[in-house]
Ligand binder design. Structure first.
Ligand code: NAP
Length: 252
């Protein structure tokens, strides 16, 4: 068990890749705080509690913590609650993300602001909230989910691509700042994964992407979770400021 006795906070972990990452961490002995966002008309709390139950069934400690990652006070309170519950926090995984795809001529300021707020400012808020705790303990792992789109760009995804490229700059800068404190900061850049938000894409879009993937298949949520677990483990102790692409060769 590579994460035995560790504790992790995963944003947006009630479904999709976040859920898969939570289960993979628990399988390695890691206790997990499952963040979700309370949304009108959607029982996200029930989804998060179902993930918590599945995690607890593996023998680890787990709890659900509501917070909108765009709200700095809510994120500060969530991090404080996770530390109070577990006693310490070893791993932060910035996974929460959204997309609002439109070409630039139709991309309203509100769609720009919202995607940047969740995908990039959300990661800043969580990093800022955990960093003093990790600095004091002189240990920590911060892993943020970027995207192949942040590396290559894509038509209709200027806001999403900018947010995911921003994650890479944020990661490299903070990695330099805290390296001496034994805190590593890395990003994982998934390609097209057969889970989460990709499930909402039209089949035509998926069929157009497939020929561009050298491995000729979409990725699995477990492919991403395995990369995150590796970066969180002691095996990755000397890896920082890196972007680990998990994309079947889509972008090299
Ligand atoms: P997903 O199923 O849509 O899950 C997104 C998660 O983000 C949900 O748990 C959602 O929480 C959470 N979230 C959204 N807004 C939030 C907010 N304001 N505060 C807190 N949480 C919020 O998507 P996914 O595919 O699993 O995506 C996970 C991450 O992987 C994202 O960062 C995404 O950009 C990245 N990614 C995915 C793919 C892919 O192919 N799937 C590829 C590259 C990168 P609720 O459930 O509570 O609404």
């Amino acid at each position: 068990m590579t994460l035995y006795g560790k504790t992790a906070l995963i944003t947006g972990a009630s479904r999709g890749l976040g859920e898969a990452i939570a289960l993979a961490c628990a399988a390695e002995g890691c206790s997990v705080a499952v963040n979700y966002v309370e949304e009108a008309g959607h029982d996200n709390a029930a989804e998060a509690e179902a993930v918590v139950t599945a995690l607890q069934a593996t023998g680890v400690d787990a709890l659900a913590l509501p917070a909108d990652v765009t709200d700095q006070q809510q994120v500060d309170d969530m991090v404080a609650a996770a530390i109070a519950h577990f006693g310490h926090l070893d791993i932060l995984i910035n996974n929460a993300g959204i997309f609002r795809d439109k070409t630039i001529k139709n991309l309203d300021k509100s769609d720009w602001d919202l995607v940047l707020a969740v995908n990039l400012t959300g990661a800043y808020n969580a990093m800022h909230a955990v960093i003093n705790h990790m600095r004091e303990r002189e240990t920590g792992r911060i892993i943020s989910i970027s995207s192949v789109i942040g590396q290559s760009g894509n038509i209709g995804q200027a806001n999403y691509a900018a947010s995911k490229a921003g994650i890479i700059g944020l990661t490299k800068s903070v990695a330099r700042e805290v390296a001496r404190r034994n805190i590593t900061v890395n990003a994982v850049a998934p390609g097209f994964i057969d889970a989460g938000m990709t499930k909402t894409l039209d089949d035509e879009v998926v069929q157009a992407v497939l020929p561009q993937i050298p491995m000729a298949r979409l990725g699995r949520a477990e492919d991403i979770a395995a990369a995150v677990v590796f970066l969180a483990s002691d095996s990755a102790a000397y890896i920082t400021g890196q972007v680990l692409a998990v994309n079947g060769g889509l972008y090299m």
